[in-house]
Design a protein around this ligand. Structure first.
Ligand code: AMP
Ligand code: GLY
Length: 425
């Protein structure tokens, strides 16, 4: 069969890598892809948000299954467009993608179905929002309602910061329309984890656990990023928490969406805060996590293609996924300055040397080619993913790869995976 993967980041490289191992697949296209993906798939220069271009390409090339990586095309309605024309596509409808595209939508859904999350209120009026912050006090969390490229959440440790965030979002419109409405919610303490489940709208198929590292610097310091590294499995999600996430969060969410007339299919990403044996939802996303997809897919033993196809067709009847026993750790190598501004087109050395290491996969994210040389062109550049018998060994393997690769001003965290080790002491 012919598969089209939409996107061009580390998550999409991991998806293409995994899909390429399926005996069912004869040809993979990726739009737009990147230099790493090019080794495994034919890259076509159509942007991930060019719905018309992607649709025409899929029709003209008789694509059997389209797999959407990023959230933007999902919230723009790519799946509705394909499905209306009878094309199989993996991902939620535009209406269901609001679970990520609108914080208010997802908070209201959770309230309706008693899904554990932070207490909250939504506001479209600046004065009412400020009055609520003064009444609740700090710490408190302010979130722009719409998509803001991961920057629309302000965790305010004092009232002034929270009120300044309201001014920025609602008065100065720093996130444009995404900030015409805000959610203000209770600050939750605990340890964060990411949980994913495939679903066809009714049935669910949970993945193994994983954990991201959102802050830019070691020890979770500095600004929030898209994610500086991830590992799987994540011991904070023990068997009891795992069962709780499935029974109290994933099942009622999927059942609730269906009974609201807005069935959700694709992969559901649950961002969690875990404290004292209780898991609560920080946010939902309508797609695979990036970088979480890299360690998860590196560990997945089952063929992913029948699962993606079954979700796309509303016929998910696989009851369990098989996983390799090894742990996986992905260290993100980023451009110095990220998540702020950074220099581009810096030549990246050492990729061939890293390729020679066993149990190591270098997923490309923000890379491109210039004069035959791989150079950086995004904030998160590579996801160096190591496998090992334990998380500790996977960490060693990933950093062995990282040490082979270099470019001017490269930045990465040195403590990816360390959070897991405390559970083994
Ligand atoms: P989100 O985009 O909603 O995942 O938020 C980005 C990050 O902000 C999360 O990964 C958390 O680290 C933090 N965050 C969001 N909501 C809360 C909350 N209610 N309490 C504490 N931290 C939060
Ligand atoms: N790793 C965080 C995200 O994909 O949103």
């Amino acid at each position: 069969m012919k598969v089209l993967v939409v996107g061009g980041g580390g998550r999409e490289h991991a998806l293409v890598w995994k899909i390429s191992q399926s005996p069912l697949v004869g040809k993979i296209y990726c739009a737009p892809g990147n230099p790493g993906i090019k080794e495994l798939a034919e890259c076509v220069s159509i942007a991930a948000d060019d719905i018309d271009g992607l649709f025409v390409f899929a029709q003209e090339n008789a694509i059997d299954l389209t797999v959407v990586g990023p959230e933007i095309p999902l919230t723009m309605g790519i799946c509705d467009r394909f499905r209306n024309a009878g094309l199989d596509i993996f991902g939620p409808s535009k209406a269901a993608a609001q679970i990520e595209g609108s914080k208010g939508f997802s908070k209201d859904l959770m309230a309706r179905y008693n899904i554990p999350t932070a207490a909250y209120q939504s506001f479209t009026d600046r004065d009412a929002a400020v009055a609520y912050i003064k009444e609740q006090g700090a710490p408190i969390v302010v979130k722009a309602d719409g998509l803001a490229a991961g920057k629309g959440v302000i965790v305010a440790m004092d009232e002034e910061t929270a009120i300044a965030a309201i001014e920025d979002i609602m008065v100065e419109s720093v996130f444009g329309d995404a900030g015409s409405s805000v959610v203000i919610e209770e600050f939750m303490e605990g340890e964060e984890a990411s949980f994913f489940a495939f679903t066809d709208g009714k049935n669910i198929l949970p993945l193994d656990s994983s954990q991201d590292h959102k802050r830019v610097f070691d020890n979770d310091e500095g600004l929030n990023t898209g994610g500086m590294g991830a590992y799987s499995p994540a011991p904070v999600v023990n068997a009891e928490i795992n069962a709780q996430i499935i029974d109290k969060i994933v099942r009622p969410t999927i059942a609730g969406m269906a009974s609201d007339g807005c069935p959700y299919s694709g992969i559901l990403y649950v961002g969690l805060m875990i404290k004292d044996g209780v898991a609560r939802v920080v946010e939902f996303n309508a797609r695979f996590g990036d970088p979480e997809a890299q360690p998860l897919l590196a560990r997945m033993k089952s063929d992913i293609v029948p699962v993606l196809q079954a979700c796309a067709r509303g016929q998910l009847n696989v009851s369990e996924l098989e996983w390799h026993d090894k742990a996986a750790v992905c260290v993100v190598m980023a451009s110095g300055g990220y998540p702020g501004s950074f220099e581009k087109e810096l030549p990246i050395g050492g990729l061939d040397a890293a390729d020679e290491i066993d149990d190591l996969i270098v997923f490309h994210a923000g890379t491109t080619e210039k004069d035959g040389q791989v150079v950086n062109n995004g904030g998160r550049v590579l996801g160096v993913t190591g496998l090992g018998a334990t998380v500790e060994q996977a960490i060693t393997k990933a950093y062995e790869g990282v040490e082979k690769i270099s470019w001017d001003k490269v930045h990465y965290r040195n403590d990816i995976g360390q959070k897991a080790l405390k559970y083994f002491k």
